[in-house]
Design a protein around this ligand. Structure first.
Ligand SMILES: C[S@@+](CC[C@H](N)C(=O)[O-])C[C@H]1O[C@@H](n2cnc3c(N)ncnc32)[C@H](O)[C@@H]1O
Length: 321
């Protein structure tokens, strides 16, 4: 495939905006600002029943790490995977704001693992049954993993980023990676480059090299498939804005809630397994331990079942684009 950037209309338009010192419309409309305090619902629910309770166009980002259908745990087997997924995918699209996105974790199944569906089936389903746009297939490349003797040991998982519509929000500056000192010096001397752009750093690309959590990682709260904070943080920073709502209806360890608290986003986390509340307690204890180590404070409130109706998603918060 050729380099898409040179003739791509969207890319050309973004470059002209950049030259004029302007931002994309989705960025301007997202001017909610950092709230004084954020609200976080932690619930025990089936994904579909939770989604049915949420209003249309109320959520900016869905972090979605569904069962993989490879029997890693009791919840990880679905005889009719894609039929089941179709229901929550349809509802997820409905609740997303026009600027919103869903980031779906998963992998491609091989050999005898192959059940009735995987991320490939989800992507293919969305291409034919949804108007959402596949923005990136992010390859999460980790250096640590299982060994193998009959095939190349697996070192990647995918994150399919779908946007609700063309005007999706993306804050590249919030997720740029700094250039190393040597490269920075060379670029700073290059008259064709603007120093402020060099200072901002580079696009982290769609290949993310980030370790998986080892068994003894201090981030672990006990969930078998807990995702690293670093991965979730990049999604939250890039695809949502302060004061918007991040939803995770397969919340597991509640790592998304923890990151939402730290990044000034509201959140809703739910899982079929009631242990979610213990995991959340451990996440918050971790946050507080971090505060004692000198990190700045966070103002947030946790909403239980009875107070869920107070969550900002139930307020009118349409963003025009
Ligand atoms: C892959 S794990 C998510 C892990 C999570 N992203 C983390 O980093 O900790 C999938 C989760 O979905 C939950 N789950 C499975 N079926 C569900 C359903 N129908 N509704 C809600 N949660 C479900 C499981 O209990 C499990 O915690």
């Amino acid at each position: 495939m050729g380099n898409r950037s040179h003739r791509n209309a969207g890319h050309i338009a973004m470059n002209s905006l950049k030259k004029a010192g302007k931002s994309h419309a989705s960025f301007n409309s997202a001017g909610v600002g950092i709230p004084d305090s954020t609200l976080h619902a932690v619930l025990t629910r089936d994904c579909c029943s939770l989604l049915k309770e949420l209003p249309d166009e109320s959520v900016q980002l869905i972090v979605c790490d569904p069962p993989y259908n490879i029997q890693v745990a009791e919840w990880d087997s679905h005889l009719h995977y894609i039929e089941w997924a179709a229901e929550w995918l349809r509802e997820a699209e409905r609740v997303l704001l026009p600027t919103g996105s869903i980031a779906i974790f998963g992998g491609l199944q091989y050999q005898g693992e192959a059940g009735t569906g995987d991320l490939l089936s989800i992507i293919s389903h969305l291409r034919t049954h949804s108007s959402m746009l596949l923005v990136n297939l992010i390859v999460w490349n980790y250096p640590n993993g299982m060994s193998a003797h009959r095939f190349f040991a697996n070192r990647h998982e995918e994150i399919a980023w779908f946007a609700k519509a063309k005007g999706y929000f993306f804050d590249l500056d919030a997720v740029r990676e700094p250039f190393d000192e040597e490269t920075k010096k060379v670029y700073m001397r290059d008259k064709r480059l603007r120093p402020e752009s060099v200072e901002k750093g580079k696009n982290p690309t769609n290949v993310w090299r980030m370790g998986r959590l080892n068994g003894n990682s201090t981030e672990r709260v006990g969930h078998p498939t807990q995702k690293p904070q670093e991965v979730i943080r990049r999604l939250v920073r890039g695809l949502s804005y302060p004061g918007s709502t991040v939803l995770d209806f397969f919340a597991g360890s509640c790592v998304t809630t923890r990151i939402a608290i730290e990044e000034g986003r509201h959140s809703i986390a739910s899982d079929l397994d009631p242990t979610i509340h213990d995991y959340f307690f451990k996440q918050v204890s971790g946050l507080h331990a971090q505060l004692q180590l000198g990190s700045h404070g966070y103002q947030y409130e946790v909403l239980d079942e009875l107070a869920f109706h107070r969550h900002p998603v139930f307020r009118e918060m349409h963003v025009s684009i």
